[in-house]
Design a protein around this ligand. Structure first.
Ligand code: ZN
Length: 401
């Protein structure tokens, strides 16, 4: 124990090799004759009583018939890492509950040590995960960081089967090449086995999905269509608010603080917001008409028959095109252009869960927000797999958390 009058600063546990146990090759784990002994090294272990703890050991080298002169197998160590596997697992598990910085502070180690531990944990998990039985995937883009450069977007592939929802892959940018890379990473067997693919109307994705997973039913996600409608309503509101503000303050007042009530589902707006919304709706404002179109569209999802739903879609687009509201017309044109893919939603009904992509997106946002400390894509990629990948975990003889 190394200490000072206030107490120990660290605990060092010296480990001696057991005379009765044969040394093994670290590559094949087979017993091998000894060669020489290397200088002593230290491995950080799980802190005991809040005191940093190290294993001290002088690794020996062996002469393996197959692998030549290599370091012996050390059960608590993996490669050249200065941290024991137990501690890496410990830090990685805590790094799901706390930010990496908080984890480092709580257990008196560095951010770098936490990063490397999570990296090790995730690499192990990715190497050992099973991709059998993936039938439905969701493909989406996520904005990351500041600005709208191509590098500020990520493409994510989720598994959205009822029994298993997880992040399968994440890659930089949102181009055709990105998605192709992602599907390649999943492997041809997974791609061939897909029955449903859920995505937004983002053109590069549509093309790649049609080319690579043509056998799967491609569905345009309800959540994405709803968010396009919401964005259109918001554009109408903002433009009108600016226009009215220039004319009279009183009229503009009506649109103030109405962003959220307008974007919520109509039935979920209550109380004072409801009163304001009602007052707005009886007005002849463009925002009211846009909101009405958006609300009407929600009936689309209630249809049971694809044919009737198609009829409704035509009717809605006709109304939207006559609304003289450019953002709504834009949505109508987009929906018309993708009608078959939107109607696929009714064929996939009951098979894929509605809202799975949205739920996973929200979770991603929690991670990327908590992790503003991640300056690099690599670190964030690891954090996303760690939190959303549902990866298998390396086993250890003892669990410390
Ligand atoms: Zn060997």
């Amino acid at each position: 124990m190394l200490g000072s009058p206030e107490g120990p600063q660290s605990i060092e546990i010296t480990v001696e090799p057991h005379a009765g146990i044969r040394r093994r090759c670290s590559r094949c784990r087979k017993p091998a004759p000894g060669y020489d002994c290397l200088p002593q090294r230290r491995w950080l272990f799980v802190p005991l009583w809040g005191i940093a703890t190290y294993f001290c050991y002088a690794p020996r080298r062996v002469e393996c018939g197959e692998h030549g002169i290599v370091v012996e197998h050390i059960p608590w160590s993996d490669g050249k890492r200065p941290v024991t596997c137990a501690m890496m697992g410990f830090l990685a598990r805590w790094a799901r509950r706390l930010s990496w910085r908080e984890t480092a502070q709580t257990f008196q180690t560095s951010w770098e040590a936490v990063y490397r531990s999570v990296e090790w944990f995730v690499e192990w998990g990715l190497a050992h995960r099973q991709l059998r039985g993936v039938e439905s995937i969701g493909v989406d883009e996520i904005h990351w960081g500041r600005g709208l450069k191509a590098d500020n977007f990520l493409t994510v592939i989720y598994q959205i089967d009822a029994g298993c929802r997880r992040l399968l892959w994440v890659g930089r940018r949102r181009s055709q090449a990105t998605l192709r890379r992602g599907l390649k990473a999943l492997g041809p067997e997974v791609v061939k086995g897909l029955r449903f693919v859920c995505s937004d109307m983002w053109k590069p994705y549509l093309k790649v999905i049609a080319a690579e997973a043509g056998q799967a039913l491609h569905v345009l996600d309800r959540f994405h269509i709803t968010s396009h409608l919401n964005q259109a309503v918001d554009q109408v509101r903002r433009a009108e608010s600016t226009r009215l503000g220039a004319e009279s303050k009183k009229a503009a007042q009506r649109l103030k603080h109405m962003r959220w009530p307008l974007l919520r589902r109509g039935s979920r707006v209550r109380g004072r917001a409801r009163q304001k919304l009602n007052a707005l709706l009886v007005s002849k404002l463009a925002t009211a008409r846009a909101w009405d179109l958006k609300e009407t569209f929600s009936h689309f999802w209630k249809y049971k028959s694809e044919m009737w739903a198609g009829g409704f879609l035509d009717y809605w687009c006709f109304r939207a095109m006559r609304s003289r509201l450019e953002p709504m017309k834009k949505v109508a044109r987009m929906l018309r252009a993708h009608e078959p893919l939107i109607l696929n939603w009714f064929r996939a009904k009951g098979e894929i869960s509605n809202g799975a992509v949205e739920g996973l997106n929200n979770k991603i946002r929690v991670v990327t927000r908590r992790s503003y400390g991640f300056r690099t894509f690599d670190a964030m990629e690891i954090a996303l797999y760690h939190n959303l990948g549902r990866l298998p975990e390396p086993e250890s003889p003892h669990r410390f958390c």
